[in-house]
Design a protein. Sequence first.
Length: 156
Amino acid sequence: MSARPSPIAIVLVLSWTISSLGESPTSSGANRASPDADPVAMTHRIMTEVDKNSELMDNLEYLCDRIGPRMTGSEKLNKASAWTRGKFEAYGLGNARLEAWRINHAWTRGRASARVIEPTDQRLLIEPGGWSCATKGPIRGPIVLAEGDDPADVDA
């Protein structure tokens, strides 16, 4: 897993941190800092809160490891969006909602298999690339070694 957090994970931490600053479990919110509070002090409070109570890695691991890749228009994207809205609500954001949008068509990774049949039968591990086209059934042909550092290098 990359050490760089995703933007949604950062938003989850910051939204929770900012919404909880200045509140104890029993406070009514009256202790919240005013908008013109000292920015250095506010930054210190945010960093202290993130250091003590951050859920960043838990949220990031859930999105990446439990839900997994989320291509536009996919069911996993819908699941991640609903989960994120639920997190926002749990963090006390009262107006968390999902915005309606439309994509003309989506792409979902389907089943793919390949094997060498001559000179010996051997399965190959393959994965289709995102937004790649499906084949119209099995394809047979010679194995070709494609070399290069750029997609244009292997066009031939």
